[in-house]
Design a protein around this ligand. Structure first.
Ligand code: HEC
Length: 111
């Protein structure tokens, strides 16, 4: 049974060394079903993520987070967004990601 203990120790060792994986937010957004109503560039049922990014600045982080957690209505059009099933931590990650999008756009296309 020694080998089993060795294996367990080895596994524990690996886990400790692994850094906290960096979350791929775009993937998270996909898993949480946001693309059902939001495209990166085109308005669908909701505004495009790029448009949201352009409308808000860093000072709006909390507001975007709240909108994701509690839903939003009356800011973009007739359709309201229901509260989303994400954790607070996820909402914050996504809000930061949305705010960063406009920078990528500028860098990417040279506009
Ligand atoms: C059922 C469709 C639907 C889904 C699913 C959805 N949204 Fe929305 N979203 C909307 C609509 C519609 C609006 C515009 C609401 C308004 O006018 O205030 C919106 C607005 C937003 C806004 C802007 C809020 C503001 O304060 O201006 C953000 C940010 C956002 N959505 C993020 C997300 C994220 C992240 C997800 C996935 C976790 C998601 N949405 C899923 C429909 C949806």
């Amino acid at each position: 049974m020694r080998w089993a203990l060795f294996l367990v120790l080895l596994l524990l060792g690996c886990q400790e060394k692994k850094e906290r994986p960096k979350v791929n937010v775009k993937e998270l957004v996909g898993i949480r079903g946001c693309p059902y109503c939001h495209d990166m560039r085109r308005p669908l049922l909701g505004p495009s993520f790029l448009d949201i990014s352009k409308r808000y600045g860093p000072e709006d982080l909390e507001r975007i987070k709240e909108s994701i957690l509690k839903g939003s209505r009356g800011r973009w059009g007739e359709v309201a967004m229901p509260p989303q099933k994400v954790t607070e931590e996820e909402a914050e990650l996504i809000a930061e990601w949305i705010l960063e999008l406009k920078k990528q756009e500028r860098r990417g296309s040279g506009r």
